[in-house]
Ligand binder design. Structure first.
Ligand code: SF4
Length: 453
């Protein structure tokens, strides 16, 4: 079948389904999929918009944790489907509630302060439930600083997972000293973060005075915990652990981890720019949601109800040559960039840039391409071509098959996922075991964010 025929067929099926179906799509999806979407957004916005829809079927074009988030917030009569059940997220896979519980219990015994677990939206329901069951919550890249600050202000510490770079960048935003931040490796060892151990180049030596007290890699095995005759170094380690404010899991997003300071330096050299390197923009300064940009010709629908302007932040777009990156990038990259923020913030900031300005963007390639297509009055280039291959698994053909399955379900020729045969294709559900606590964690995030407005 030709691409055109396929597109026409999928559009026809979609039209026939009318309001019974809604199709949300993430910004990192392919254009052929985005063009079929009813709304577009980042993971948080999609979850909120899905919760607001009354459609009986939500065909989610994103990765599994996002579809699961939609299923978590879905009304009892709604069914959530994903065109490819294997569209996962390696970062979300880097921690589960069993590992979290193990390390959380251990660090709680070692720390004088109450530890609140906070999980990034990019995680599965078991992790969200783990946090909800321990007075913890969820965060996104746009509100991580606000959420962590909320608990630190109460004299509590935070266990942050799974994205390490977001955790470290949040700690930097909050001005935490190095010896207040502890890394938890996936083998459950702990150490104070030392940027030099990470093998990254750094933009400006000495720009920030890092405390790099070496907490020797110490595995939190039972023997370590129960050891009563601690050596001097171990005593120092124990003291540091007692007063630590953030315990950060070392997960990562490979799509964002690849960007380097060298990429930024090369871009600046190419355009003859010395760089500013200190333009971290507080998310509050930029409209939180992506513009209601609508491309009437191809039917792309942006997020409704938002102005998308960066008004109020005079620095945004003030420069001719700019580097903007996602906070899942290494701190050295964030430090070397002019701006850093969530997907929504990146969109709004570039949009608000002055005509003729040049932007290098350190995030997923397709999203950067979409901005380049949308903001023709600027030059928008990828800092490096980095693609999320899990998002690529959602193809137009698979979307079409899922929509046909919905059609069959409505006509009664197939049943839902509980049926062994003739089932609704790729239905996403959340175990009852996790629902209540995961929702509690999500609700707490919303409450904290709304209270701070
Ligand atoms: S971009 Fe990174 S965090 Fe997002 S789905 Fe892909 S691998 Fe996961």
């Amino acid at each position: 079948m030709s691409d055109l025929t396929l597109k026409q067929e999928v559009m026809q099926t979609r039209r026939a389904l009318g309001k019974s179906v809604v199709i949300p799509a993430h910004h990192y999806e392919m254009d052929e999929v985005v063009q079929m979407a009813d709304f577009l957004g980042d993971s948080y916005k999609l979850a909120v918009d899905c919760a607001a829809t009354d459609s009986q079927y939500i065909v989610f074009c994103g990765v599994m944790f996002m579809a699961e988030g939609a299923a978590l917030l879905a009304k009892p009569y709604q069914k959530v489907l994903i065109p490819d059940m294997t569209a996962g997220c390696p970062m979300a896979d880097m921690i589960d509630s069993i590992q979290a519980e193990k390390i959380y219990d251990r660090i709680s015994k070692m720390c004088d302060r109450q530890i609140i677990p906070i999980v990034y939206m990019n995680s599965y329901a078991d992790m969200k439930a783990f946090c909800g069951s321990r007075e913890g919550t969820v965060c996104t890249s746009s509100n991580a600083t606000k959420i962590v600050r909320h608990f630190l202000d109460q004299g509590k510490s935070v266990f942050f997972a799974p994205d390490y770079n977001l955790g470290i960048n949040t700690a930097n935003q909050l001005g935490l000293a190095r010896d207040e931040v502890v890394t938890i490796r996936r083998d459950l060892s702990v150490e104070l973060y030392d940027p030099d151990l990470e093998g990254y180049d750094h933009p400006k030596d000495g720009k920030k005075s890092r405390k790099t007290n070496s907490l020797k890699n110490s595995t939190l095995g039972d023997s370590a915990l129960e050891e009563s005759t601690l050596e001097e170094s171990a005593l120092k380690d124990a003291t540091l652990l007692k007063k630590a404010k953030m315990f950060v899991w070392d997960g990562f997003c490979h799509v964002h981890k690849v960007f380097t300071v060298n990429d930024i330096n090369s871009f600046r050299r190419q355009y003859g720019d010395p760089g500013s390197g200190d333009g971290i923009v507080e998310e509050q300064n930029v409209n939180e949601s992506i513009a209601g940009d609508r491309n009437a010709s191809d039917g792309i629908v942006g997020d409704p109800g938002s102005s998308g302007s960066a008004a109020g932040n005079s620095s945004v777009g003030g420069r001719q040559i700019n580097v903007i990156v996602h906070p899942e990038c290494h701190e050295s990259v964030v430090e070397a960039a002019d701006y850093s923020g969530s997907t929504s913030m990146i969109w709004n900031t570039v949009k608000a840039g002055k005509p003729g300005s040049i932007w290098a963007v350190g995030t997923e390639f397709r999203f950067v391409q979409r901005m380049a297509d949308q903001f023709k009055d600027k030059t928008v280039v990828p800092l490096r071509k980095s693609v999320c291959h899990n998002m690529s698994k959602i193809t137009l053909e698979k979307l079409g098959n899922t929509l046909k399955s919905v059609q069959d379900h409505i006509s009664g020729s197939v049943q839902d996922h509980t049926s062994a045969e003739g089932r609704l294709l790729n239905q996403v559900t959340v175990s009852d075991e996790y629902k209540e606590d995961a929702k509690k964690a999500l609700q707490l995030m919303i409450d904290i964010v709304e209270a701070g407005k």
